[in-house]
Design a protein around this ligand. Structure first.
Ligand code: FES
Length: 153
């Protein structure tokens, strides 16, 4: 049941400027310089990704609806609760809004995602746990910016 938890710490934040958008669309190393864990070199076969966004190209919200330095709750076209955040004017990120503790829906508050059930707090820009009882990060949804819309990648 928790297979994905073993390698669920990879982080991808998609740059929205210039050529970086095209790079991000490939789903590759948009942030190669990020100090986090690098993805595995394998690219073929059915490797599981810690994503929760469904099909690529699904519209989540418009870029202007997400405050810089904050996050907005959205529902994906296939009905999943998600959160889209903007670490900076040129970056977007998205995560499942379902708390990894016991499945309540987290609530964006500034740069944090707070769970109303037992008080877990997640970083709105990385999905990492800031305060338990949750001990797993929120699953990331790969996103990119397309003509002012934030869509799944
Ligand atoms: S379900 Fe979120 S803290 Fe328990």
């Amino acid at each position: 049941m928790t297979e994905r938890s073993r390698h669920s710490t990879s982080r991808r934040t998609v740059l929205t400027t210039g050529a970086a958008v095209a790079t991000a669309a490939v789903g590759g190393a948009a942030l190669a310089a990020c100090g986090g864990e690098q993805g595995g070199p394998t690219s073929g076969g059915g490797e599981q990704q810690p994503t929760a966004g469904g099909q690529p190209g699904q519209n989540l919200t418009s870029l202007s609806d997400v405050p810089v330095g904050g996050a907005t709750a959205v529902t994906t076209p296939d009905g999943q609760d998600a959160v889209v955040s903007r670490p900076s004017a040129n970056e977007v990120a998205a995560f499942s809004a379902i708390c990894t503790h016991q499945g309540c829906k987290v609530d964006p508050q500034g740069a944090e995602l707070r769970c109303p059930c037992h008080g877990s707090v997640f970083d709105a820009f990385t999905g990492e746990v800031r305060r338990g009882p949750a001990d797993q990060p929120l699953p990331e949804i790969n996103v990119r910016v397309d003509n002012g819309r934030i869509v799944t990648a």
